[in-house]
Design a protein around this ligand. Structure first.
Ligand code: ATP
Ligand code: MG
Length: 164
């Protein structure tokens, strides 16, 4: 997905717990300004992944809902999380009209569901996660880097995963 020339790393999450584990490994290496795109069909696990990132950072995952209609939600974690969903947007202009310019690469971590729809206005060096449904309980998550910053995130998560 996308036009990235970056490197990729695939991880198979055979159940919800495995997805939560990978999300937790990413959560602890996130820094303000990081931008994470999440793509994959309906029900692939994007929202679930964001819930687990927020939970790792101390936020009640029950309060993390899909921003399909609200479009933007912020969670008071450290670093703060901005959870966005581009599913209902018609184009990137509509995305920018939400005021996301100040959020992307700012003091928050942005996690964007359906990011490929607005990829042209994302910071170049964002980390892309592509979710694929393999079975009812199993997902493949492909991490794709787009530059040195996202590559470092990818490397950190991959290294932490191999230490599990
Ligand atoms: N290994 C897994 N990882 C993530 N979710 C899983 C897994 N196995 C089963 N599921 C289920 O898949 C569903 C994922 O739903 P979720 O809302 O996270 O999808 P989504 O990608 O955000 O969809 P949408 O495009 O509608 O926003 C949940 O019902 C979850 O319980
Ligand atoms: Mg969702």
């Amino acid at each position: 997905m996308g036009t990235s020339n970056g490197q990729s790393w695939d991880v198979i999450c055979s159940d919800l717990e495995a997805t939560r584990l990978v999300a937790g490994l990413l959560a602890v290496v996130l820094k303000p300004g990081d931008v994470i795109g999440l793509d994959g069909e309906l029900g692939a696990g994007k929202t679930h992944f964001v819930q687990a990132v927020a939970a790792q950072l101390g936020f009640d995952p029950a309060q993390v809902t899909s921003p399909t209609f609200t479009l933007i939600q912020e969670y008071a974690t450290a670093p703060p999380i901005c959870h966005l969903d581009a599913y209902r947007l018609h184009d990137s202009d509509e995305f920018l009209e939400l005021g996301v310019d100040e959020l992307l690469g700012g003091d928050v971590v942005c996690l964007i569901e359906w990011a490929s729809r607005v990829a042209d206005v994302l910071p170049k060096d964002y980390l892309q996660l592509n979710f694929e449904t393999l079975s009812e309980s199993s997902r493949r998550i492909s991490f794709v880097s787009n530059g040195p910053r996202s590559q470092k995130l990818l490397d950190n998560v991959r290294a932490a995963y191999s230490r599990q």
